[in-house]
Ligand binder design. Structure first.
Ligand SMILES: [Zn+2]
Length: 76
């Protein structure tokens, strides 16, 4: 299911993680030459991708939300 990027944070290994509107996280690694996402390395690049739709596999799997608690609060 396509979901919009609404924010970002870094994981324990300093990889960028997009927060999707559905409450799931999705890694947006810049790991050339396999994964080239130069935009994720700059604040302006990340800002420019807000609202862009990513395919969320977790939605398709009915996975629990990652950054929104069951009560609807934002959690880290
Ligand atoms: Zn999702």
């Amino acid at each position: 299911m396509k979901q919009a990027i609404v924010g970002y944070h870094k994981d324990e290994e300093s990889h960028w993680v997009a927060r999707l509107k559905c409450g799931h996280n999705q890694h947006v690694r810049h790991n050339p030459p396999w994964m080239v996402r130069q935009w994720v390395t700059t604040p302006a690049g990340r800002e420019g991708k807000l609202g862009v739709l990513l395919n969320c596999v977790k939605c398709d799997q009915n996975a629990p939300m990652d950054w929104i608690t069951p009560a609807g609060n934002v959690s880290d």
